[in-house]
Design a protein around this ligand. Sequence first.
Ligand SMILES: C[S@@+](CC[C@H](N)C(=O)[O-])C[C@H]1O[C@@H](n2cnc3c(N)ncnc32)[C@H](O)[C@@H]1O
Length: 208
Amino acid sequence: MELEDYITLHSDPEPDYLARINRHTHLRVLNPRMLSGHLQGRVLAMFSKMMQPSRILEIGTFTGYSALCLAEGLPAAGLLHTIEADDELEELILSNFDLSPYADRLRLHIGDACEVIPMLNDTFDLVFMDGDKREYREYLELVLPMLRKGGIILADNTLWDGKVLQSAGSKDPQTAAISAFNNRLTNDTRVEKVMLPLRDGLTLIRKL
Ligand SMILES: C[S@@+](CC[C@H](N)C(=O)[O-])C[C@H]1O[C@@H](n2cnc3c(N)ncnc32)[C@H](O)[C@@H]1O
């Protein structure tokens, strides 16, 4: 914890509107731990600024925190599509987007990612995969043809609280799915990959 505080203190602060969304989500929304948070948020923003992607896709919006971090790297004519299955979050997400300077570059799609992705007629430079952990393999297959060569997918929660180390028999469906995703990815010759031990595990996947 001390080390985590030290790392956060020696990284940039969250913009004010993100601090507000972070605080509000923790006070008023169920399962606030799903939000990327200060440190991972700054990492997402930095990746996006390094890539300057003109098209970003996010799977799993929650309250909009990570979408707004990723939007920091968008050029003026750029666009970020984000997909959220829970329609009860729609109003909050849109009001959170309005707190930022990026609302006009964000497109929220309410629905199941596996149904929405094939309807997006676009090519992406950067994808943030953070929806249903049991669907990661499906997301990868849907998204890979829509990703430009050299494009990056960031897959979140790939350590799943360390449960990926459990022996095969004792795995719950989400742990089993994340493990299967990680194992399959290891041998996937269509992409380069590196797993970072950031927060709950963030895997960087680059299309060859
Ligand atoms: C971990 S949270 C996302 C957190 C957010 N990316 C952030 O970092 O602030 C995962 C979100 O994915 C949504 N979700 C789950 N299954 C989904 C699906 N099949 N399609 C789209 N969204 C889904 C959940 O409702 C939840 O809001």
